[in-house]
Design a protein around this ligand. Sequence first.
Ligand code: SF4
Ligand code: SF4
Length: 332
Amino acid sequence: MNTVSSLLDKEWYQRYKQISKLNIRSSIYDVTNRCNLRCKGCFFFSSDEHKAAPEEMDIHKWEDFIDREKERGVNLAILIGGEPTLCLDRVEAFYKRLPTFCATNGQIKVPRDRFPDMMLGVSLWGDEADEQTLRGKDTFSISSKYYAGDPHVYYLYTLTPRQIGKTERIIRKISDAGLKVHMQLLSNDEGVDGFSWKPDELETIRFEMDDMLDNYPDTLISSKYYHEIITTGKMFGTAFGWNECPSVTQPLDSRDPRPKRLIEFIRWASDLKTMHRCCTSETRDCSTCKDGAAHMSWVMVNKRAHIRTAKDLQNWIEVYEMFAKLYQFIPW
Ligand code: SF4
Ligand code: SF4
């Protein structure tokens, strides 16, 4: 029978040991229902999650809630919205209590004297033209000025079919700004014309992502196995979707049989009482879901399936390391 130690040489085994002790327990929090942009394809607004519950306005209630989340075992708070930086007092309440990651569109500068080492994932939806079409402005020109050289920032680069053949210029711009980048795929929840993936485009972008990783290994936080998983939507022949998704809110998860899943994961609305179905759109058809974190987690919770060949297990380690880097559990 294959075991972890029988499949790995000394170096890989060390890498495995480093991540196997992490025991990451994440949950996701809508910090606010508001945003200073309205991107076409935003899962939050397109699924009306901003109307699911009114925002809790009392900061003390946020503080008490976060303390309870900590007691529940959460050791990674992932802040989304809406735009979390519109409510820095709430962000600070998390930051003072828990390891905290904040997603942002980068149009409001997070003051580093108040949040010295909080990891920020700055969203970027393609090149200047795509950003103009989908988000109404070239966000990079602002966010890159705010964060150039910041060691606790990376770009979350959402690839669209229109980015095929153009990713290198963007990655070079990010590299020139002294920042890292992680890539994911647009799910196009609002069906914007020309932004839905066709099978041949997914295949093309997969190999373009691989090339970028080969050419910019110090800038990209990624792995070729992750590229394979998000572009094919398959792991060992099984298709990703509702029956497999690990990122479903635990108390709402009535699937039977229950797949391998994130332990105690909850996505909370900003009233601190309402729960959303999963880490992304409440209304998305799971068979079209390209959510990068959900696919990454799908790999991570299925360790046993990867204890098959040395290569499979190394793939699993690389995806786990990628996740751990993105959320600052291990260095870049
Ligand atoms: S910046 Fe983010 S939260 Fe705001 S509209 Fe765009 S995708 Fe949605
Ligand atoms: S939309 Fe995506 S993340 Fe949400 S339950 Fe479906 S597959 Fe999972």
